[in-house]
Ligand binder design. Structure first.
Ligand code: PLP
Length: 397
């Protein structure tokens, strides 16, 4: 089937929730992708921060193959070893409490929201509230969506859940003022991803931690995009002065297999009880085996150091390009702020045509999320491609 035929079938049978670029990818290896015409691309989007150990990482492929040949599903009514081993690994590498597995990021956040509400009810709060930042992105199911102010404002999708409040991004004073008696949790991304890569300052994170402690609320960090090594530490919060009560993970955790996790500190891990939450597929042996293989690769000080070094190299290279006015983010999670007037969407399309996959989360910003295993020369080639695209863009203006 060629691309035109695919597009016609997609237009007829798929809901119109995504606007796709006119490319069909058929194969991936490391940081490289190939389309159906045999053209090679450098993937600096990594499936939106999913393919952090590279496409078809051999160790992940082998773990999936082996587990799929032994047992694909048994339900949560029985024990399976990959799930229990992964829970131990996630807990011991972060907050030390308990884990609930999910199948996606939004579901991991649903679990966190449920924990926060029940925790608040136990303190006697009648109408618990969850506070997030403007332009935070926490997912598309109704709980997570209600904590995603920009999307929650769409009247066609309402009503949203009650009990969610937004404050201006990175505004420590506004956050402090919004947190009080009835606050169940502050739920924030330590670095906003979907809105264009905007890190929260340490000062605001500390204010959030302090306000939560004073109110008896939980601090929930959504590490769905920042976690699993993306910023140069296993979890982004390790490079900040705060520790959350709950963190959520997904995306890169499964190396391409769908899996999410809600991980708690010890006290928050005791909130949910039998019957409070569940999911048929969550914690399935194949996804958990994949995640264990991913963590074997990523939870390695040498790899994490390299992510920080590569991030610095990428940042320096980008800042030297005419047309780039700032680079935001940490490690290999970078937002490239372009000079005013530059059409980032047109630039992104030009980069794709030239063989570099990036995305444009907001006007004026390119988002780069290359595999953590990217090679030096691939990094330099990407910088070169962005430089050339900006040069020809300005020549054509
Ligand atoms: N939270 C953050 C920070 C995200 O970046 C995303 C997805 O982009 C989500 C939650 C939702 O994850 P999923 O699409 O797996 O439901």
């Amino acid at each position: 089937m060629n691309l035109t035929e695919l597009q016609a079938l997609e237009e007829r049978y798929l809901m119109r929730t995504y606007k796709r670029a006119p490319v069909e990818f058929v194969r991936g290896e490391g940081a490289r992708l190939w389309d159906s015409e045999g053209k090679e691309y450098l993937d600096f989007l990594g499936g939106i921060s999913v393919c952090s150990v590279g496409h078809c990482n051999p160790e992940v492929v082998e773990a999936v193959r082996e587990q799929a040949g032994n047992l694909m599903h048994a339900s949560n009514l029985f024990y399976t070893e990959p799930m229990v081993r992964l829970a131990e690994r996630l807990s011991e590498s972060s907050l030390g409490g308990r884990v609930f597995f999910a199948n996606s990021g939004t579901e991991a956040n649903e679990c966190a929201i449920k924990i926060a509400r029940k925790h608040a009810h136990r303190r006697g709060v009648e109408a618990p509230e969850i506070v997030s930042f403007d332009r935070d992105f926490h997912g598309r199911t109704y709980g997570a969506l209600s904590a995603t102010p920009k999307l929650a404002a769409d009247p066609d999708l309402g009503p949203m859940l009650a009990g969610f409040r937004a404050v201006p991004f990175d505004d420590a004073a506004a956050l402090r003022a919004a947190v009080g008696e009835s606050t169940a949790a502050v739920l924030i991304e330590p670095i906003q991803g979907e809105s264009g890569i905007y890190p929260v300052s340490d000062e605001t994170l500390l204010a959030a931690r302090q306000a939560c402690d004073e109110a008896g609320a939980l601090l929930i960090l959504d590490e769905i995009q920042t976690g699993v090594g993306r910023t140069g530490s296993l979890w982004a919060h390790e490079q900040t002065p705060v520790r959350p009560d709950v963190l959520t993970s997904a995306k890169a955790l499964g190396g391409g297999m769908p899996i999410g996790a809600c991980v708690t500190a010890p006290a928050a891990g005791e909130v949910l009880e039998p019957g409070d939450h569940g999911s048929t597929f969550a914690g399935g042996p194949v996804a958990c085996a994949a995640a264990l293989a991913v963590l074997d690769i990523v939870d390695d000080p040498a790899l994490l150091r390299r992510v920080r070094e590569l991030g610095a190299r990428l940042r320096d290279g980008l800042l030297a390009i005419d047309g780039v006015h700032e680079v935001r983010g940490r490690g290999l999670m970078l937002g490239v702020g372009l000079d005013e007037g530059i059409d980032a969407a047109a630039l992104g399309a030009e980069l794709l045509a030239s063989g570099l996959v990036v995305n444009v989360p907001e006007p004026g910003t390119l988002r780069l999320l290359p595999p953590l295993t990217v090679e030096d020369d691939q990094l330099d080639r990407a910088v070169g491609a962005i430089g050339s695209a900006l040069l020809s863009y300005s020549a054509n203006q």
